[in-house]
Structure formats: C-alpha cells, structure tokens
Write a protein that binds this ligand. Structure first.
Ligand SMILES: Cc1ncc(COP(=O)(O)O)c(C=O)c1O
Length: 397
C-alpha cells in the first residue's frame, strides 16, 4: 500500500517540529519559555463561558451548517458597529479561520491552480492549499523593508492563467506587518486587472500598535464580488481552543457554493458558537485592552533585539509576532541547540525557525519568528536568555 503524493508532499509544521526536543528538555528539568507558537496567555473574556453555562438545552444538537443564527447575527452586528455591512447569507461559520482558508482555496481554485502570497507567510497556508492540490506562489518581502510589498510590476510578473487569487494575513503572521492603504489599493488594482479573488485573512485585525489602524479590505469599494474575508475568535478574543471562525463575502454565488462544503461537514460545535456570539457582542474597545498588553510585550522584544549586534528587524506594527534575522548561519540549528544543549540557570527559550514560513528555497535560513505571547516579566527573562544564548552559540561555532 502506498500513501498519497498529496499527503507525503505536505510540510511538517515548523512551529511544532521541535516540540519533541522541548519535551525532552522539560524532562531534564529545564524550564522552556514558549515563544514558538501563537497561543495567547490572556484570559478569554468571561462572557464566553457564561453564555455557554446559560445555554438551556437537554440535547447538544447539530447546529445549522451555516452556523448558529445568534452567532451570525452577532458577527453582522460587530462588523456594522465597525462600519462594515454584511447580510445573513454573506457569513458562514467555520471551524476556526483554518477551515475558512481551506474552503476559500477549494472554492476559488482547481487542482494545479495558483494563489499568490507574500512570503514569509503563516506556515499553515501550505497545508490549507497543498491538501487541495493548489500551489502557493510567493511574493518575496524582506526584513530590511519591514516585510512590505514590492512594487506592482514585481507582483504582476508572477501572474499567469493559473493564478486565481491573492491571499495574505493583515496584520501579518509571522511578520507583524500592517498593510498600508496604498498597498491595499495596489492589491485591489491587481485583483481587478487580472480577475483574481482576494482572500484577506484578518484574524489579527485590530491588533495594531502605535496608533496605527489595521484597515479591513472590506472598507475598500469596487471589490465586493471578489473579496473573501477570513475572521476568527482565536487571537482577537484569546479563544484559540473554541475553534470558531467565519468566512464572509458579498459574492452570493461563492457563498452558496461554500455552503455545500459546510453541509458536507455538517456543522461547527454548537456550544462554542454560543460562547463566540457573546465574544462578538462585547464592546469594540475590548480590542484596545488587548492591544495595549501586546504593545508592551512588543517593546520588550524589539528593544532587546536591537541591543544584539547583527540583528535585522523592523519594529512590528501589529499581531504578536516578529521575524528577526539573527547573526548566525542556520536558525534551525540554533533553535535545536537552544533546546537540547543550552540553558541559562535551568531555563531556555523555544523559537520557530523562519525558513518554514518561506516558499522560496533557502530564504529565512538565518531568521526566527518570535511570538510575544507571555507576560512582561517572562518576556523580559526569555529575551535576556536569547541574548545570552546567542553569545554562547557564536563562541562555540
Ligand atoms: C494568519 C493566521 N490565519 C489563520 C490562523 C488560524 O486560526 P484559527 O485558530 O482561527 O484556525 C492563524 C493561527 O495562528 C493565523 O496565524
């Protein structure tokens, strides 16, 4: 028996690849600071559990394939309060943003088609697309220019008859970069000129620092038919385990067809949808509270990185990640060494080697992604361990 080429060709998650090594370090009694994964430590708002506790039903029934009406209404109202207008048949509830991204790939591409994507990108985009035989075509961006998009000509060069969509996360994982309005207008122009769908992954929207605003693509006019929004409660409401997301579009034919995918998987967990409805019903300024917490952590990370000679990175503008170029040759070796050979007074850090966030062979080899998802004191300690570790590692090599 032989496994499919499709599954054998799938990449292992670079974020989770080092987990067994971290487990061994912990067994040796080493404390590991996890900066490798985007798991926020901020408490999920209490209204989530309260709504579930108040849910009065003797049977946990299947939910509707399109989602619980109370959640769809809450999402529509949340967007309305934020100046964007969606109708009931323009929102489908999904198992996290992840399923929304898989559905968007299936609905817009045939096997062998291509989706343009700025790299480095959220590594699971590889999984969402390769599982349906869609190829990602990278638009390379660089640490030196804050991972902003190259000129329009550079992007247009990558388009051919197989290109069906452009996909990006804004604010960006793993870069923390926020698209400028000019970049968003450029994407709009390219999509219209080349008849592409725009898949705008906005799961980190509102997580923007220094007074910046992370605009939604839904604020732009003239792309209603080609825009697919992806949203989720995972990051903005610190509810990763709820597995609630949404796919939204004003293209009714697209949504009617994606509903078939929703029907094929029956529904999303009923109780979590009830909790998520309460999250979306919170005042919009809840986001300010979250943003202030992450901004303080971002400052700790960035200030420490800037004290390390040879590090290249721009100050991240949003989300809770930074990609930094380190003064080393091989970030994967460094990340492995941190876990299996190094500790500072019994403690070490776990980072994500950034190579796996690139599609272009060889890029990101000396870069790491740091997720600043720990409390300030812990971030401080983790970053000073990283600083020390780099000195030791360089002396050894
Ligand atoms: C950019 C981006 N999109 C989507 C997701 C998937 O999130 P969810 O938990 O909603 O499936 C993540 C998770 O880390 C992410 O970083």
């Amino acid at each position: 028996m032989k496994l499919s080429d499709r599954i054998l060709g799938m990449q292992e998650s670079p974020v989770r690849k080092l987990v067994p090594v971290a487990t061994k370090a912990k067994k040796r009694g080493i404390k590991v600071y996890h900066l490798n994964i985007g798991q926020p430590d901020i408490e999920t708002p209490k209204c989530f559990m309260e709504a579930i506790e108040a849910y009065d039903s003797k049977v946990i029934k299947y939910s509707f394939s399109q989602g619980e009406p109370v959640l769809i209404d809450a999402i529509i109202d949340y967007y309305k309060r934020d100046g964007m207008h969606y109708e009931e048949d323009e929102v489908l509830i999904t198992n996290g943003g992840s399923e929304a991204l898989t559905f968007a790939s299936i609905a817009t591409c045939n096997p062998g088609d291509e989706i343009l994507i700025p790299e480095p990108f959220y590594t699971n985009y590889n999984g969402f697309t390769s599982e349906v035989n869609v190829n990602l075509v990278p638009i390379t961006t660089k640490a030196e220019t804050g991972f902003h998009l190259p000129k329009k000509e550079e992007i247009v060069k990558l388009i051919n008859e197989k290109t069906k969509a452009i996909l990006f996360s804004n604010p960006g994982n793993p870069t923390g970069t926020i698209l400028t309005l000019e970049e968003m207008e450029m994407i709009k122009e390219i999509a219209i000129e080349h008849d592409l769908f725009i898949i705008s992954d906005e799961v980190y929207r509102k997580m923007a620092f220094d007074g910046l605003i992370s605009h939604s693509m839904a604020e732009l006019e003239g792309i209603e038919d080609r825009l697919i929004l992806v949203d989720s409660v995972s990051k903005r409401f610190s509810a990763c385990g709820a597995r609630i997301g949404a796919i939204m579009s004003k293209n009714k034919l697209l949504m009617k067809n994606i509903l078939k995918l929703c029907q094929a998987r029956l529904c999303v967990a009923t109780l979590e949808q009830i909790g998520a409805a309460a999250l979306y019903s919170m005042p919009l300024d809840y986001a300010d509270h979250i943003r202030d917490i992450y901004q303080k952590r971002r400052d700790i990370v960035y200030e420490t990185l800037m004290q390390i000679p040879g590090v290249v990175c721009e100050k991240p503008q949003g989300a809770f990640y930074v990609v930094a170029k380190l003064p080393i040759e091989d970030a994967e070796d460094f990340c492995l060494w941190l876990l299996d050979s190094y500790d500072h007074e019994g403690e070490t850090v776990m980072l994500a080697p950034a190579q796996g966030f690139y599609a272009t062979e060889g890029l990101g080899k000396n870069e790491v992604r740091i997720a600043y998802v720990l409390k300030e004191e812990e971030m401080q300690r983790a970053m000073s361990i990283l600083k020390e570790a780099l000195l030791v590692y360089k002396q050894k090599s």
